[in-house]
Design a protein around this ligand. Structure first.
Ligand SMILES: CC(C)(COP(=O)(O)OP(=O)(O)OC[C@H]1O[C@@H](n2cnc3c(N)ncnc32)[C@H](O)[C@@H]1OP(=O)(O)O)[C@@H](O)C(=O)NCCC(=O)NCCS
Length: 394
């Protein structure tokens, strides 16, 4: 079947806050993070009106409390878009938002829809990982061991099975993630895709949040080497070489290439292919490899054709493992040029749209770059990869 051209015309996110009462979004609900982005997508893109958006697909990992009740639908009404814009919530844990982008791309490519929003939101301060979840009594057995429920232990398991990836190597990934993030922030690389969100802080004062709270500029190798291993005694995974616990949202506006041209919008990138794969849950962090291989095969491309690789840094060791198996050096400049989730944090479902927003920025900065990858690992043993083509080329 012939596919229609699918383009991303905008990619925005909130700044990412730290989860908990010291977090900038402690007094802000998940829906309001998403609403800020929906409003911005219409304001930033002349010619786009809510009535054109045929569905609002939102990734949300834990769909309880404020994140329940079909958040994807609620937020269209809360944004003041009337009653006529539908919406739904999707869950593929960390890749929920990227899956929303994948499903949206497929719907537009098939001709089912012309224009969609695909987003992801997670407030780990209000709705912690696994909150209120009741696992099936045989779930641990089905996943190969109870430890597979604990993401930190799945990272420790990669260290255990593949001791060639050492703590020192993981800390080096973390060090460079923080360094690159600091450089990108100082150079003002991120600001055009961060939508400022008005908030009330825990002390009752008002503020407008437009800066990521998680990065730790000035992180040293020495400090990283001294951190405890909270998941396993004498282990290798630390708060420094893991992604953090965060609050945030990200959203993409996708449409057919025909519609973008008709309303005169200049797209950022074109969707090329999607790959989704599953692996043993106990080493879930390895799944970006088969997912990427599938996506590249569909695209008719190889790793060498990629000019930018945005891989979600759930844990440094799984990034090391994946890059090694994909034949990419850990310090390859194509990889996470502005740093990753170790520095910026990982509000689960929001991270996929963040990767796409970062890729849009790299494509802008490198008009000669042609292809880019966004890829993530997922708890329970899954990987999700999308290949994109730069439309900001000279
Ligand atoms: C690893 C984890 C448990 C740490 O949580 P935490 O203890 O609340 O983290 P903190 O930010 O308080 O950091 C712990 C300590 O390390 C220090 N630290 C963290 N990063 C550091 C850095 N880059 N440089 C120096 N010190 C650092 C902190 O200052 C803190 O020190 P303190 O105890 O003296 O105050 C948590 O971030 C986590 O669970 N991450 C994984 C999330 C996840 O599984 N996501 C899904 C992926 S699939």
């Amino acid at each position: 079947m012939e596919q229609r051209e699918v383009v991303v015309v905008d990619a925005v996110r909130t700044a990412f806050g730290r989860a908990g009462d010291k977090g900038v979004f402690w007094g802000t609900r998940s829906e309001d993070l998403a609403v800020g982005l929906l409003k911005a997508l219409v304001e930033r893109n002349p010619g786009v009106v809510p009535g054109m958006i045929e569905d609002s697909l939102w990734g949300v990992t834990n769909q309880v409390k404020e994140q329940g009740g079909t958040l994807g639908r609620m937020v269209t009404m809360l944004a003041g878009w009337g009653w006529e814009v539908p919406g739904c919530s999707l869950d593929r844990m960390c890749a929920s938002g990227l899956t929303a982008a994948g499903f949206a791309s497929a719907c537009i490519a098939s001709g089912m829809h012309e224009c969609l929003v695909a987003g992801g939101v997670e407030h780990l301060g209000h709705v912690p990982m696994g909150f209120m979840r009741e696992n099936h009594p045989r779930a641990g057995e089905a996943m190969g061991g109870e430890y597979a429920f604990n993401m930190g232990l799945t990272a420790e398991e990669i260290h255990r099975r593949f001791p060639e990836f050492t703590r020192e190597m993981a800390d080096e990934v973390a060090f460079h993630s923080q360094r690159k993030a600091d450089e990108a922030m100082r150079a003002g690389k991120l600001s055009d895709r961060i939508i400022p969100i008005p908030v009330t802080l825990a002390d009752g004062t008002g503020a407008v949040v437009d800066q990521d709270q998680h990065p730790r500029p000035g992180t040293t190798r020495q400090a990283l080497a001294g951190l405890k291993t909270p998941f396993l005694e004498n282990g290798n995974v630390t708060a420094g070489n893991s992604s953090g616990l965060n609050d945030g949202a990200g959203a993409l506006l996708l449409m057919s290439g025909d519609l973008a041209r008709e309303i005169g919008l200049k797209p950022l990138m074109r969707w090329v292919a999607t790959g989704v794969a599953a692996v043993e849950p106990g080493i879930m962090g390895t799944a970006p490899v088969p997912a990427t291989e599938k996506a590249l095969k569909k695209a008719g491309l190889s790793m060498g054709d990629l000019d930018v690789i945005e891989i979600n840094e759930a844990f440094a060791v799984q990034v090391l493992w994946c890059l090694d198996r994909l034949g990419v050096a850990a310090d390859d400049p194509r990889v996470n040029p502005w740093g990753g989730a170790i520095a910026f944090g990982h509000p689960l479902a929001a991270s996929g749209p963040r990767l796409v927003a970062f890729l849009a920025g790299h494509f802008r900065d490198n008009p000669r770059a042609r292809y880019g990858l966004t890829t993530m690992c997922v708890g329970r043993g899954q990987g999700y990869s999308m290949v994109w083509e730069n439309l900001q080329r000279n």
